[in-house]
Design a binder for this molecule. Structure first.
Ligand code: HEC
Length: 152
């Protein structure tokens, strides 16, 4: 009887041990979850296709000019409403906008619904609702330095 308990204890231990060992490499399968989340990081090539929706009004690149909207070179880190020679709407001159520095985060919020974020803006664009498209657009825009040269 005592031996059986002892044996059971050993068995229990040995049975438990591989279990612990089997569990410890378990976080490894979690690794593929990272690449799965990668699309959220954005795909610049896909972003270029999304930018087709902006091109009627915005340009990027070394020859970019202000057209209906301001050129979008070096956007992230740029003060909102600050492109020289572009005649922004009064909405863009309110402190709430003028004090804003474009970041990936506030851009993502803005582009979802520009007129809700900045009431009265002259940017007539319904908004992008697809997170993947927004992330790709960010990846695309990020490539353009302030002088319009591609950094990537
Ligand atoms: C129909 C024209 C039009 C379209 C389409 C459009 N925009 Fe705009 N956008 C504007 C105008 C005009 C402004 C200036 C807003 C103002 O003065 O109220 C602007 C402003 C902006 C700003 C702020 C720039 C700054 O200097 O602070 C960003 C960023 C922007 N647009 C991004 C986009 C992106 C990205 C798209 C495509 C997904 C897009 N816009 C589509 C017309 C447009």
């Amino acid at each position: 009887m005592r031996i059986a308990v002892f044996a059971a204890a050993i068995l229990g231990l040995t049975a438990a041990t591989p279990l612990v060992l089997a569990q410890s490499p378990a976080p490894a399968p979690a690794a593929p979850a990272a690449p799965a989340a990668a699309p959220a990081a954005g795909d610049a090539a896909a972003g270029e296709r999304v930018f087709a929706q902006c091109r009627a009004c915005h340009q990027v690149g070394e020859t970019a000019r202000n057209t209906v909207g301001p050129q979008l070179n070096g956007l992230f880190g740029r003060q909102a409403g600050s492109v020289q020679g572009f005649n922004y709407s009064p909405a863009y001159k309110t402190p709430a906008v003028a004090e804003k520095v474009w970041s990936e985060e506030n851009f993502a919020t803005y582009i979802r619904d520009p007129r809700a974020v900045t009431p009265g803006t002259r940017m007539v664009f319904a908004g992008l609702r697809n997170e993947g498209q927004i992330a790709s657009l960010v990846a695309y825009l990020k490539q353009f330095a302030a002088d319009g040269k591609r950094t990537q």
